[in-house]
Design a protein around this ligand. Structure first.
Ligand code: G1P
Length: 289
């Protein structure tokens, strides 16, 4: 029987320049959405999808991403002494969420280069990638949807969403043929195409299942858009020798790496929380903006 995918890679080494100065001394993946840092939503999605080991790729100074998942005995002791049982459980649940591993990407040479840092961790097995600044809301965790497709197709699978053509130049763009409802077999892909030459409105949504041959492809990938090693370019190389699938998922993608979407995500997820949702909705309805 085919082994289940249990390893996830979360690239989180970027500077977060679109959110400066908030991200000057704090990783964007630690920014709070309602009451949890973004990285926790991402790791929770992985865990809900059967992942046991998560490698977070960081740059120097972003060690707080690891600290968030480490036991804090002093804090636990204080909460216990104060009888704050609810808070204690919340904190303790993080201790065993997943085995968290850390690898450093010392120079910011692109998403492809970040994934390359995961070669040892992947240990020759398929793995998933979850972008650390993207929260996905879906009825079934998106990473689980992708690993199920992978179990059937045994080839890389990329989460896709449809966007208006006018903004597709901001993304990796996927061109393919629909082979089953929502499932596309790729024929081409391009990272951030020029605005006047957008080949498709299907774009990469920040979740991938990759096979270990991606590392050889990355070794052979030269710098592309923005002079960075692009993951999209390496996946395109894989397409010379195997199928690559795209899965058009049903759900919402929240990119918290820019100001507007960061605020919208807080409002949208806040509205869904039982403790503050109703009050937030009432306030939005009552306030004359
Ligand atoms: C990255 C990927 C791109 C993808 C996007 C999704 O781009 O390179 O293919 O569509 O994430 O958020 P970035 O947003 O880091 O420029």
């Amino acid at each position: 029987m085919q082994k289940k995918i249990t390893r996830a890679v979360v690239p989180a080494a970027g500077f977060g320049t679109r959110l400066l100065p908030a991200t000057k001394a704090q990783p964007k993946e630690m920014l709070v959405v309602v009451d949890k840092p973004v990285i926790q939503y991402v790791v929770e999605e992985a865990v809900q999808s059967g992942i046991t080991d998560v490698l977070i790729i960081i740059s120097d100074g972003k060690e707080v991403l690891r600290e968030h998942f480490r036991p804090d005995e002093e804090l636990e002791r204080v909460l216990e002494a104060k009888g704050k049982q609810g808070e204690l459980e919340v904190i303790q649940s993080l201790n065993h969420l997943a085995n968290i591993h850390i690898e450093y990407q010392h120079e910011q040479k692109g998403l492809g280069d970040a994934i390359f840092c995961a070669e040892k961790f992947a240990a020759g097995e398929p793995f998933v990638v979850l972008l650390g600044d993207t929260i996905i809301e879906a009825e079934r965790p998106l990473t689980l949807q992708l690993t199920e497709v992978f179990a059937e197709k045994k080839n890389p699978v990329i989460a896709l969403q449809q966007v208006p053509l006018s903004i597709a130049h901001r993304y990796g763009v996927f061109i393919g043929e629909e082979v089953q409802p929502r499932l596309y077999c790729g024929t081409a892909m391009v990272e951030k195409p020029p605005k006047d030459n957008i080949p498709s409105n299907l774009v990469f949504a920040g979740r991938y299942v990759l096979t270990p041959d991606i590392f050889d492809a990355l070794r052979n990938t030269v710098a592309g858009v923005n002079n960075e090693i692009q993951l999209t370019d390496a996946i395109r190389l894989l397409m010379n020798k195997r199928h690559v699938y795209g899965w058009l998922f049903d759900g919402e993608r929240h990119d918290v790496g820019n100001k507007l979407d960061f605020i919208k995500t807080n409002v949208l997820l806040g509205l869904k929380r039982p403790d503050i949702g109703k009050q937030l909705r009432d306030w939005l309805n009552e306030t004359k903006f």
